[in-house]
Write a protein that binds this ligand. Sequence first.
Ligand SMILES: [Zn+2]
Ligand SMILES: [Zn+2]
Ligand SMILES: [Zn+2]
Length: 112
Amino acid sequence: MKEDASGKIRVAETVLEKINNNTFDTKGCEHVKDIQVVAPSSQGCEECLKTGDRWVHLRVCLICGKTGCCDNSKNKHARAHYNETGHTMIVSYEPNEDWLWCYTHELGWLPK
Ligand SMILES: [Zn+2]
Ligand SMILES: [Zn+2]
Ligand SMILES: [Zn+2]
């Protein structure tokens, strides 16, 4: 993943590039059109940081950039954010993971 001048990783930009060059075969999911060029809102789970909780893995909302914790984490803040806002596209914010997920379709994509 690339970093911009501010040091924030341009997660969404990287994902959009991969959708546009067909690295992710997202046919059948119209939600990819909603993806915005966002930067992660936080370097940790925003909600867990407020309460002092821990998380397992980080996810970034591709509609607004909200950073939340995964379904293996106690608080599942990334999914809670989807339930609250309907923002359905997320990407992993783990350096060793490269995939895209749509909550509405319950579908994920790995690079081809
Ligand atoms: Zn979808
Ligand atoms: Zn959390
Ligand atoms: Zn969002």
